[in-house]
Design a protein around this ligand. Structure first.
Ligand code: HEM
Ligand SMILES: [Cu+2]
Length: 584
């Protein structure tokens, strides 16, 4: 960069400096800058105002190490990411509404399905469940906080920069355009274009593509992996060491059990991804040949990626199973059927998930004997999955089912999981997979699970615990409408994909033969239904948080009647009592 171009950037730097200075002044103002002595409990003694353990407003959120606050930060972050990833999805479906490449360019389309996948998997689902874990695990196991509160805060605060790195291309372009509007042109900002690799980042393309943004994506993913590992260590140690005396392994709640298993999987899966990502960075920048054709070869990338990638899908789905197992019985009026077997099946899935990765690579021409063994283990995973499904159905059977919003989502989730699982079993059998691999069928399969049961479980939890999190009740009618819209939406959006896949249409292409147009349009229509549902959810929760009826009785869901007034609600009851004590 020459002197001239640096000079040209000075106005931009000035803007940033002024903004930082302004922020600092505001910060000082908010903190009431003045000499104060520190009180014994770490709070401040001062003549003005009242003493409080936590700073107020934005500072509380920036400096907090409280597990509940961090949980809320995670949940809000995840919801934001989900809405952004959802926007990508809507743009994908807009392009696919017509057979030609009419709306966006092919490159934009490729970028969209890449960022959609990365955003949803790494920045929506994982943080959403980590957030719920942070809030509820200490409460459910009777601990004061997580074992390592500061590491907890660090783990969260790694995520926003990671997300920023991964989504950089678009953000920097918007920033560049805004700066250009005030007369500053910063070429660097325009040189970063969103990656077009797909979420699996397959070599050799991921090595060859020259877009510098790809390196930032790899580093961002690496950072998010670090965050996930830190959070998992925290969850494991908390559950092992901070449990209340009267909580044994036998009566540890099912949600904590699934989180424990999930965190265990993370410890073995994410370091593999982290290493593979750094090897890819080295291949791109330092001339190593880990995954280059003349070196380790592109298939090595696939092995490493899927050794992480398959366990990852269980990292995403097990907490969702935990939520369904936790919430469903509350509205069935009876205890979870076969608690022990749900725990065993969770552990079994945790172990088996590492033995099946190559079912994503059946079509790569590996040794058929090897391939057959991966088929066998993949089919075996269906067994613990089915154990769960039958236990949920047995819980509903003869129960007194109440169709409250969380229950609609739980039962909807079971429905979509059955379809996702059965289509998975088909894909796991080699002859079928060789026909269906990389068609829309695969996209349909995993969306019945990721959009179906995983997102549904997250929605169920958002409604089930909303009163506890906010002290207010949501609008139940809007909640139910959201529930039914989502179920209908998922079927209308993803069943056509199964059919399109049977028709043999490959995935990941912006244009396609006209014969598929009707089914593609039906699918886009389904996506719109899901989208409308999500907007209703957002409106409902934001408005209810501000104006919803205040909860005064902790037993919002009538759980006492059936003896299921579990620990988190008992905790909530104490909170409500404390609150009324101090109210004047
Ligand atoms: C009974 C259990 C399951 C079986 C037997 C199974 C089997 C498979 C197989 C064989 C593939 C590869 C298809 C191909 O690319 O040709 C696949 C893809 C996929 N599955 Fe599953 N699956 C199961 C459950 C799940 C679950 C629980 C999730 C998510 C939480 C999931 C998410 C995915 C994803 C994301 C892909 C696509 C990866 C990609 O290429 O982008 N599956 N599944
Ligand atoms: Cu898999």
């Amino acid at each position: 960069m020459g002197v001239i171009s640096v000079l040209k950037e000075i106005p931009g730097l000035l803007v940033v400096t002024w903004a930082l200075l302004g922020l600092a002044i505001y910060a000082g103002y908010r903190q009431n800058w003045q000499m104060r002595s520190v009180a014994a409990d770490g709070g401040y003694l001062s003549g003005l105002g009242f003493k409080s353990e936590k700073p107020a407003g934005i500072f509380r959120w920036l400096t907090t190490v409280d597990h509940k606050d961090i949980g809320v930060l995670y949940i809000v972050f995840a919801a934001g990411a989900a809405l952004w990833g959802g926007t990508d999805a809507m743009m994908i479906r807009t392009e696919l509404f017509t057979a030609g490449t009419d709306v966006w360019s092919a490159e934009t389309y490729n970028a969209l399905f890449t960022t959609h996948g990365l955003t949803m998997l790494f920045f929506f689902v994982t943080p959403a469940f980590t957030g719920l874990a942070n809030y509820f695990v200490p409460i459910l196991v009777g601990a004061d906080d997580m074992s390592f509160p500061r590491i907890n805060a660090i783990a969260f605060w790694l995520l926003p920069p990671a997300f920023f790195l991964v989504r950089g291309g678009l953000i920097t372009e918007v920033m560049g355009k805004m700066l250009a509007a005030v007369g500053v042109r910063w070429e660097l900002l325009f040189s970063l274009r969103p990656p077009t690799l797909g979420w699996t980042l397959y070599a050799p393309r991921s090595i060859i593509v020259s877009n510098p943004q790809v390196d930032l994506v790899l580093l961002g993913l690496h950072l998010s992996g670090l965050a996930t590992i830190m959070a998992s260590v925290n969850i494991i140690v908390t559950i092992f060491t901070e449990r209340d005396e009267n909580i044994t392994w036998a009566n540890l709640d099912i949600f904590s059990w699934t989180l424990l298993t999930t965190s265990g999987i993370v410890l073995f899966a994410f370091p593999v991804l982290g290493s593979a990502l750094l090897m890819l960075v080295a291949d791109r920048n330092f001339g190593t040949t880990f995954f280059a054709v003349e070196g380790g070869g592109p298939i090595l990338w696939q092995h490493l990626f899927w050794f992480f990638g398959h366990p990852e899908v269980y990292i995403l789905v097990l907490p969702a199973f935990g939520l369904v197992s936790l919430i469903l019985p509350k509205f069935a009026g009876r205890k979870l059927f076969g608690f022990k077997f749900i725990v065993y099946s969770t552990l079994a899935i945790g172990v088996l998930s590492f033995g099946v990765w190559a079912h994503h690579m059946f079509a790569t021409g590996m040794d058929p004997r090897l391939r057959a063994s991966f088929m066998a283990v993949s089919l075996a995973i269906a067994i613990p999955s089915a154990v769960k499904t039958f236990n949920w159905m047995a819980t509903l059977w003869g129960g007194n089912v109440r169709w409250a919003t969380p229950q609609i989502f739980c039962v909807g989730g079971i429905m979509t999981f059955i379809i996702g699982g059965v289509t998975g079993v088909f894909l796991a059998s080699i002859p079928v997979d060789l026909v269906l691999h990389d068609t829309y069928y695969v996209v349909g399969h995993f969306h019945f699970i990721v959009m179906g049961v995983i997102t549904f479980a997250a929605f169920a939890a958002s409604y089930y615990w909303f009163p506890l999190l906010t002290g207010r009740m949501f609008n139940r009618r809007l909640g139910r409408i959201h529930g039914y819209l989502s179920i209908v939406g998922v079927f209308v959006a993803f069943l056509p994909m199964i059919l399109i896949g049977y028709g043999g249409l490959p995935r990941r292409s912006a244009s396609y033969p006209g014969a598929f147009e009707a089914l593609q349009q039906l699918s886009s229509f389904g996506a719109v239904i899901i989208g409308i549902g999500a907007l209703i959810w957002l409106t409902n929760l934001v408005q209810s948080y501000r104006l919803g009826p205040i909860v005064t009785d902790a037993d919002v869901w009538n759980l006492r009647e059936t003896g299921q007034f579990s620990r988190e609600w008992q905790w909530f009851e104490e909170q409500l009592e404390d609150r009324t004590k101090f109210r004047r």
